[in-house]
Design a protein around this ligand. Structure first.
Ligand SMILES: NC(=O)c1ccc[n+]([C@@H]2O[C@H](COP(=O)([O-])OP(=O)(O)OC[C@H]3O[C@@H](n4cnc5c(N)ncnc54)[C@H](O)[C@@H]3O)[C@@H](O)[C@H]2O)c1
Length: 331
């Protein structure tokens, strides 16, 4: 079948190769003509990899909309609303949206599924699926073993997406009926990855990293539950799985950004040096507002917010965390 990919960055282009491996035709849309040119010259825009000739790209939104009625959203979440508005102006057929971006809108605390419902006319919104889980694009492009989860309110649709992406050589997709849990887990783990990186940047060791990952999953569970998802989902690939891969890897832009924060590099400079998407910092902002609005205890995320947005020195933030009232870990 034909599948349109909105966003030809590290992940969108990589998924293009997987879909091609699975016998589908893809057309990638990106606003960056350089990325489009590279893809059409058969190079991945970010990795040192040759793409199949049939993975092609365009800067024309109309062309990518005409191409299919399955749209993979792989732009940074901060661009999702505006790109959907543009799509909605042209779209004139019932379509399925498959989101692979990982984030929550800080101003509204909306998940991508909610943004899609707001921006795409009901008559043209046939369904929504999130495809998420522990997946460095760097590895999937080399066809290294990866497990993902496809989740939707529509079980048949999540099964269809499971089938479209699964590949017996390297990619196995599970389904889940907990759309909220899957969306939230994928977003919040990026915030925890920034914190884990900050610990490394500060010179802390593996004890600290294990502590951040474990207490991080507890913060993820609190957010999943407050947003209406199931806490058990956070124990699976879209929660713990994605947290492990992101919060302990130099391949993760979120971990690396956190590392620089831990070394005292200002956030503006980090953004200037890293042109590719860093979702975690924006998610920390969103989670800070969520914690306030719903009175949820997210101590690590609040500390990270103070470091990034209130210029609190990292050491002082750590001291504040350690000097909180002592408590039990009983669940
Ligand atoms: N890189 C990964 O390993 C990976 C894995 C899973 C999920 N994700 C998620 O996928 C999303 C994208 O990540 P990425 O790593 O591909 O980022 P990226 O920065 O490599 O690519 C994003 C692409 O979107 C394009 N873009 C931005 N605004 C646009 C717009 N308005 N219209 C069209 N194109 C636009 C950019 O030009 C860029 O090519 C993020 O939310 C990320 O968390 C990434």
């Amino acid at each position: 079948m034909n599948i349109s990919i909105i966003g030809g960055g590290a992940w969108g282009t990589t998924l293009g190769q997987t879909l091609h491996d699975n016998g589908h035709r893809v057309l990638i849309y990106d606003i960056n003509p350089k990325a489009v040119e590279k893809i059409n010259n058969h190079f991945h825009p970010f990795f040192d990899t040759i793409l199949p000739d049939e993975v092609v790209a365009t800067t024309s939104l109309k062309e990518v909309i005409d191409f299919s009625n399955y749209f993979i959203l792989s732009v940074p979440t901060k661009a999702v609303r505006s790109v959907l508005k543009e799509i909605n102006e042209v779209l004139n057929k019932p379509s399925v949206f498959i989101n692979v971006s990982k984030g929550i809108e800080p101003q509204t605390l909306k998940r991508v599924s909610e943004i899609v419902e707001e921006e795409i006319d009901k008559k043209n919104l046939e369904g929504f699926v999130v495809l998420t889980g522990p997946s460095h694009a760097e590895e999937v492009i080399l066809r290294k073993l990866t497990l993902l989860v496809s989740s939707s309110k529509d079980q048949k649709l999540s099964e269809q997406i499971q089938l479209i992406f699964s590949n017996e050589q390297y990619l196995r997709v599970y389904t889940s009926n907990d759309l909220i849990g899957c969306e939230v887990g994928g977003a919040v783990k990026n915030a925890i990855a920034v914190i884990s990186g900050a610990c490394t940047g500060l010179g802390l060791g593996e004890n600290a990293r294990a502590a951040v990952i474990t207490r991080g999953i507890i913060e993820i569970i609190r957010v999943v539950e407050i947003m209406g998802g199931k806490k058990e989902t956070a124990y699976g690939l879209t929660g713990i799985g994605d947290l492990i891969v992101t919060a302990s890897s130099e391949n993760s832009r979120n971990f690396t950004a956190g590392k620089k924060i831990g070394q005292g590099i200002p956030v503006d400079q980090i953004y200037a040096e890293q042109k590719q998407t860093i979702e975690g910092i924006r998610t920390i902002e969103a989670m800070y507002h969520l914690a306030k609005e719903y009175n949820v205890e997210l101590p690590m995320i609040n500390a990270a917010y103070d470091i990034i947005f209130n210029d609190l020195p990292v050491k002082e933030a750590l001291q504040n965390l350690l000097s909180r009232d002592l408590k039990s870990e009983d669940f």
